[in-house]
Design a protein. Structure first.
Length: 282
């Protein structure tokens, strides 16, 4: 993806959807606990403010971003929580204003970036399109935490295509971050888009989002929403309608993640205790 316009438009829409939810909250609701231990709704939005600022520095002030990267390397287990904790101290209105201003500045910077430019990040350097895709994934994932805290069900949209693509491309990383050798062969991944009915085997009758060789013997099929919940580790595999064919594909569904950083424990099956917070830092 060389032209970032579409994903930037989708990032803006995803942010606005979450904004509509949190802008209506009372002060009491801002401090409701989310599925991430010790993180309230305020922590979730504060984290988005923090990462939007980091992304803006990466695009506009790479030397300043390098300082932030050094801080992250010095405290790999705490820097995400520390940023969220500090930001969550702000009053809800102030925090919301910071998020709106920060994401607007990042939008402008990415739209004005030179074609082909690459920017430093917490992993490999990223293009404007890739950086925007990571921001969309993170906004959606932390928005899911907010929705879960409020008992709100969000309608899935075509914007999930960006997250699904990251999840597929991050397959080998998911194995490597756990010290496992990545499978040598590609998998076939067939996902049912939002709004398309699924057949009994989890594969939709309409157009699929498909990745990998059609003839690949190892396969993953199911709803796109469920796949995105899995790779952002916002739901446990046992609670999702995803199907694997082949031992390596089956193993992947246990460890899949679309974000950089430690895997964490992920979400437990429904009805059990909460897991550890995730670092969604694509």
């Amino acid at each position: 993806m060389s032209d970032p316009t579409q994903v930037l438009d989708d990032l803006d829409d995803e942010s606005r959807q979450l904004d509509l939810i949190v802008s209506q909250l009372t002060e009491h609701q801002w401090v409701l606990a989310t599925p991430a231990p010790r993180w309230t709704i305020a922590h979730q939005i504060a984290h988005l403010v923090w990462t939007d600022r980091a992304a803006l520095l990466a695009v506009t002030e790479p030397d300043a971003f390098a300082v932030e990267l050094e801080k992250a390397v010095a405290a790999p287990d705490t820097f995400v929580d520390d940023g969220a904790e500090e930001g969550a101290k702000a009053a809800p209105g102030e925090l919301l204003d910071r998020w709106r201003l920060g994401r607007g500045a990042l939008q402008a910077a990415l739209r004005g970036a030179a074609p082909g430019a690459r920017f430093p990040w917490f992993g490999p350097a990223m293009s404007a399109a890739s950086l925007a895709t990571g921001r969309l994934m993170e906004t959606w994932a932390h928005g899911q935490d907010v929705a879960d805290a409020l008992g709100v069900t969000r309608a899935p949209t075509e914007r999930l295509r960006h997250i699904a693509r990251i999840g597929v491309r991050a397959r080998d990383f998911a194995f490597g971050v756990r010290g496992l050798a990545a499978p040598e062969e590609e998998f076939r991944v067939e996902l049912v888009p939002p709004g398309v009915s699924s057949g009994s085997n989890g594969v939709g009758s309409g157009a699929l989002w498909a990745y990998g060789p059609e003839s690949a013997p190892q396969r993953v099929t199911g709803p796109a929403l469920d796949f995105c919940l899995l790779v952002t580790r916002r739901a446990h595999r046992s609670d999702l309608a995803l199907h694997a064919q082949g031992p390596d594909a089956d193993r992947w569904l246990d460890i899949a993640q679309a974000f950089a950083g430690p895997a964490g424990t992920g979400r437990p099956p429904k009805g059990t205790a909460a897991g550890a917070p995730e670092q969604v830092a694509e």
